[in-house]
Design a protein around this ligand. Sequence first.
Ligand SMILES: Cc1cc2nc3c(=O)[nH]c(=O)nc-3n(C[C@H](O)[C@H](O)[C@H](O)COP(=O)(O)O)c2cc1C
Length: 183
Amino acid sequence: METITIAVLAGTARKQRMSIHAARYIADFGRALEGVEIIFVDPAELHLEGDGNDPEGKDPTYTAVTEKADAFFIVTPEYNHSFPGSLKRMLDSELANYNHKPVAFAGVSNGNWGGIRAVESLVPAVRETGLVVMSWDVYFPYIQKVFNDEGVVSEEHRERYEKQLGKLYAELIWFARILKDKK
Ligand SMILES: Cc1cc2nc3c(=O)[nH]c(=O)nc-3n(C[C@H](O)[C@H](O)[C@H](O)COP(=O)(O)O)c2cc1C
C-alpha cells in the first residue's frame, strides 16, 4: 500500500506552550501507524515574513512540506476564542498545496472547553483553502493534567486518547487515500 504523508502542524510558537505536548503526542501516534509518514511542523522554526502568499512571504521548507503532504493534522490551542496568529500565518502562506487534501483537528486549552472555539473558527478558514474537514475532532481540555512536564501522557488519559486518535487517524487516512487516488 502506498505511504500516506501527514503533516502535523503545531498551532503556536509561544515559548511556554503546553499544546506542543499534544502536537508531539499526535505526531508520535501517527508514526506508529503502518503506511504513514509524519512530518512535524513547528511554527517556531519557520520564517514567514510579512503576510499573504506572495513568493517573498513563503518559507520554502513549509512550501515543500505542504506540497508533499497528502493530509494535515492541525493541533491548535485556543487564544481569545480563536486560533493563534502563527497558525493563520502558516495557513495563509500557501494555497494550491492544500487543495483537495483532508485535515483533522485537535483542540487544546487549560480549561473546560478544550479549544473547541479555536477549532470551530478554523473550519471556515481552512475550507477557503480547499482543505477537506473531518466531521469530528479530538479535544484536550485541562492540558496541564493530561501531560507531565516531559510531555508524557498520564495513565488516566492514555486509553481514551489512543482510542480517539486511532479513529480520527483512520478517517483522515481513508480520505487521504481516496483523494490522492483521484489526483
Ligand atoms: C493569548 C492567549 C489567549 C488565550 N485565550 C484562551 C481562550 O480564549 N480560551 C481558553 O480556553 N484558553 C485560552 N488561553 C489559555 C490556553 O488554553 C492555554 O495557554 C493552554 O495551555 C493552551 O495554549 P498554549 O499551547 O499556548 O499553552 C489563552 C492563552 C493565551 C496565551
